[in-house]
Design a protein around this ligand. Structure first.
Ligand SMILES: [Zn+2]
Length: 206
């Protein structure tokens, strides 16, 4: 083998090795999510002892926006200010975006002070039912692992936003304003951050 051929063979070997050793660059999957910031404006949602649902969900949504450092996770919000947004307009917004997932944030209340914990709902929604159920299950698992709030299995509920979103959609009730333990956590800045991070991690796994 002459020198030229040796060099050429070596180069070919290196080239082949380079091709086989380096896996093709994997493009990270982009996830688009709509965070439905419930109530707002003239609709306060649940209220108890100066705590107002529309305010707490807005605070948690804002924290989600600020804490999201994942460039491949695009978050859209149905409202950012204290404004009234109809369910019809929320669904219109969601269906124009066609997101991978919809997460509707709510806070519960009950006549019984003992009622507490996180509740997750999804709906029968055609082709999206299975993905919505899986997303609901992962949300419950995340809060179970967290251990701060009690949780129950996801339930089916015929909520307008769940039935009419052309995407897997889930409603999460993040504890009860009427329960002393839950309400203490819900107005705690550090715990709000923690909830926001938990929700982001579940969406990132979508
Ligand atoms: Zn609500």
């Amino acid at each position: 083998m002459n020198t030229y051929l040796k060099v050429a063979t070596a180069l070919l070997a290196i080239t082949l090795f380079a091709f086989t050793a380096t896996p093709p660059e994997k493009k990270p999957k982009t996830i688009t999510a709509v965070i439905d910031v419930s109530h707002g404006g003239t609709d306060a949602g649940m209220q108890h002892n100066l705590l107002v649902e529309k305010e707490i969900v807005r605070q948690i949504a804002e924290k989600m926006a600020n804490l999201n450092k994942n460039q491949n996770l695009k978050l859209h919000f149905t409202r950012k200010e204290d404004q009234t947004v109809s369910l019809h307009n929320r669904v219109g917004y969601i269906n124009a975006i066609q997101p991978d997932v919809v997460l509707s944030l709510h806070i519960n209340a009950n006549d019984k002070e003992s009622a507490s914990g996180v509740s997750v709902f999804y709906s029968e929604n055609g082709a999206h039912t299975q993905n919505a159920q899986q997303f609901a299950n992962r949300l419950v698992s995340a809060f179970e692992a967290d251990g701060v709030f009690s949780t129950t299995e996801p339930r089916i509920a015929p909520f307008y936003i769940l039935k009419n979103s052309e995407a897997p959609a889930v409603v999460v009730e993040l504890g009860y304003l009427t329960n002393p333990h839950d309400s203490k956590q819900l107005q705690d800045e550090a715990y709000q951050d923690h909830i926001a991070k938990t929700l982001l991690s579940v969406i990132e796994g979508q």
